[in-house]
Design a protein around this ligand. Structure first.
Ligand SMILES: Nc1ncnc2c1ncn2[C@@H]1O[C@H](COP(=O)(O)OP(=O)(O)OP(=O)(O)O)[C@@H](O)[C@H]1O
Ligand SMILES: [Mg+2]
Length: 253
């Protein structure tokens, strides 16, 4: 089977080799899987995402999307960068359609599809709002809507809920699971939050501190949909402890 996303022996350093950031990273995501990447700040998670999105050429190794090299080839994936990058001068609907339009979806079609998705993303009635009029959670949902509107079955989400409070995050977890189960796209998801990774993912990769290596790959066996009660489940608690231990181990360098 061809993996939807595959990284093989990826290494990278910035500033002419002075700042090694990634060290021989290999990882794979099967079609339709939800996979998370967890690691300490600065370990190279966003750098990996940018390599997969075709925006940064690694010093060594390969990155492929459905078997095609994504190196220097943007446009094979739908990518949501760590900052939401909403344009303050575009209304919500016009922000939502931007990625799809860039990907070549005709404007009328992009607008019609975005409009249809607004209720699904909890943004009904806010089509004409400016980004500044939206709450933090709404802005993130709008940025996610924009990403899911891009016609690719492989989606990269870089800490989409990083800036949200715990209550809003929980809501977003329930909601993202619903949206994801609608069409089961392949998702690679970056987070600092071990619990978030366990609730959402089929597989979790734990990275070491910089230069980032893969410390562990952990399968997450729980049935879906996964509700909040899961966090009290004994197996969940054990798996969380294991991931935290792997993170600690990876901090030793
Ligand atoms: N364009 C760049 N030029 C130089 N150094 C960079 C560049 N981009 C990232 N770095 C450095 O590479 C390292 C990894 O950065 P990266 O953004 O990939 O980390 P991260 O794991 O996403 O961190 P966080 O969890 O805080 O988002 C950091 O030390 C950062 O300062
Ligand atoms: Mg980052």
């Amino acid at each position: 089977m061809t993996l939807a996303i595959e990284l093989r022996h990826v290494s990278h350093a910035f500033d002419g080799g002075a700042v090694p950031v990634l060290d021989d990273v290999s990882a794979g995501v099967e079609p339709g899987q939800f996979v998370s990447l967890v690691g300490p700040s600065g370990c190279g998670k966003s750098t990996l995402m940018r390599i997969l999105a075709g925006l940064l050429e690694p010093d060594a190794g390969t990155a492929t999307v459905h078997g095609r090299s994504s190196v220097n080839r943007p446009g094979l994936v739908a990518y949501m960068p760590q900052k939401d990058l909403l344009f303050p001068w575009r209304r919500a609907l016009a922000n939502a359609t931007l990625g799809a339009e860039i990907a070549g979806v005709p404007k009328d079609e992009a607008w019609a599809r975005a409009r249809a998705l607004f209720p699904r993303f909890g943004l009904s009635g806010f089509e004409r709002a400016w980004p500044a009029q939206l709450s933090g959670g709404m802005r993130q949902r709008l940025a996610l809507l924009r990403t899911f509107l891009i016609p690719h079955d492989t989606v990269l989400l870089d800490e989409p809920f990083g800036a949200l409070d715990a209550i809003t995050r929980r809501e977003m977890h329930r909601w993202l699971q619903e949206v994801w189960s609608d069409d089961r796209r392949t998702v690679l998801f970056v987070t600092h939050d071990v619990e978030e990774a366990l609730i959402l993912s089929d597989v979790v990769y734990v990275m070491t501190r910089r230069p980032g290596r893969i410390q562990a790959r952990v399968d997450v066996p729980f049935d879906r949909p996964r509700g909040i009660e899961l966090v009290a489940d004994e197996k969940f608690v054990q798996l969380k402890a294991r991931l935290l231990a792997e993170l600690d181990e990876g901090m030793k360098g």
